[in-house]
Design a protein around this ligand. Structure first.
Ligand SMILES: Cc1ncc(COP(=O)(O)OP(=O)(O)O)c(N)n1
Ligand SMILES: Cc1ncsc1CCOP(=O)(O)O
Ligand SMILES: [Mg+2]
Length: 345
């Protein structure tokens, strides 16, 4: 084989491994994300085993760092990164470009190896989506966040009064979840909610209905395991909107990260007065998710002031509640007390 081909493969292999390491270090030490670290590690191992099909010694022998014209040709911004997003993007690009170079050059030697590099490149694209979404979403939902689900109440006035109290208490998220109202009435409630939350820090989410979320200008939609997928919901809503998904097992939580969800609901945690369930993954699931996933996760199901300490003790300090707030004489006070209890863990 031509020495220049060895030299190219050696340089591209180093570039791919280095880019991958930078990203892995970021999610491992910067984010403490076990799941993303594991996914990146598995790409690294896949890459290593493909590279082993080449004779490493031949590649290293062909190396000529001082004779590399590229070492003196540097982009203006090579030594500057404006933030984590820039840093990650630059290294994902480095990784993907190096994989493409490996793939194209490997075609001259071994089609099977070239196909392996192609698979690695596709994996790198989906890892980019997972890492970027997870890190961005962590900035959208504060580490302690209270998320309230509400139905449309008996009339618009009652609904508006309730929502106004939550916004006043600076609740992080309000989800409109009403399975009984007709679409037009639901949309009128959604518009009331939009008016109350516009220009505040409270995000507005619609349950199930990506179409109504779009029409009402909501910040996002929440979907369940049997409803629209994350990518279908996103294609209805458009970019820049939030898509949350319910998870009832660690595998579903991992899949939500792979799908690029902005947050997950985790539960049901305790028996709920709002919805009935046959099974409860409970605090064990919360602990499991908290141990490996940093995509924002909201514990849900039967949470109130009396048991929220068990949720925070499991490592989850974002909670989604309905009954304990909607039945309270002072909903805003309950929101503040829930927040305080999560903060004090
Ligand atoms: C934040 C949050 N988590 C979970 C759910 C439940 O969604 P789903 O499983 O689709 O059930 P329904 O709410 O549609 O009955 C949720 N709504 N919000
Ligand atoms: C919609 C939903 N999904 C899981 S639990 C739940 C209801 C949460 O309400 P509550 O806090 O009253 O149990
Ligand atoms: Mg649903």
């Amino acid at each position: 084989m031509d020495i220049s081909l060895w030299r190219t493969l050696d340089a591209a292999a180093n570039r791919a491994s280095e880019g991958l390491r930078v990203i892995e270090d970021f999610v491992r030490y910067g984010q403490n994300d076990v799941f993303l670290t594991t996914e990146l590690k598995s790409l690294r191992h896949q890459l290593d085993s493909t590279l082993q099909r080449f004779d490493r010694l031949q590649a290293i022998t062909s190396r000529d760092t001082f004779g590399d014209v590229g070492t003196t040709v540097q982009g203006k911004l090579e030594h500057a990164r404006s933030g984590w997003s820039d840093l990650l993007t630059a290294n994902f690009k480095r990784l993907q470009q190096a994989l493409r170079s490996l793939e194209e050059h490997a075609k001259l030697i071994d089609g099977e190896v070239a196909a392996n590099f192609e698979r690695a490149r596709y994996l790198a694209y989906s890892l980019e989506k997972m890492v970027m979404t997870t890190v961005a979403a962590s900035g959208v939902f504060p580490e302690v966040s209270i998320y309230v689900l509400t139905d449309g109440w008996a009339d618009g006035q009652l609904f508006d009064t309730f929502v106004a109290q939550l916004v006043e208490a600076e609740v992080e998220v309000i989800q409109l979840r009403d399975k009984n109202l007709d679409d037009r009435t639901l949309l009128v409630r959604a518009e009331l909610l939009r008016k109350r939350t516009a220009g505040t820090t409270t995000k507005m989410i619609l349950n199930d209905r990506a179409d109504l979320a779009k029409v009402s200008g909501a910040d996002g939609v929440h979907v369940g395991q049997e409803e629209l997928t994350v990518s279908q919901a996103r294609s209805v809503l458009g970019i820049g909107k939030l898509v949350g998904v319910s998870t009832h097992s660690i595998d579903q939580a991992r899949q939500a990260v792979r799908d690029g969800a902005d947050y997950i609901g985790i539960g049901p945690t305790f028996p709920s007065g709002t919805k009935t369930f046959d099974a409860f993954p409970g605090v064990d699931l919360l602990r499991e998710v908290a141990g490996e996933i940093t995509l924002p996760g909201f514990a849900i199901g039967g949470i109130d002031l009396g048991n929220v300490a068990k949720v925070s003790a499991a490592g989850i300090r974002r909670v989604a509640v309905s009954g304990c707030v909607s039945k309270a004489d002072d909903p805003g006070m309950v929101v503040r007390q829930l927040r305080e209890k999560c903060q004090n863990m």
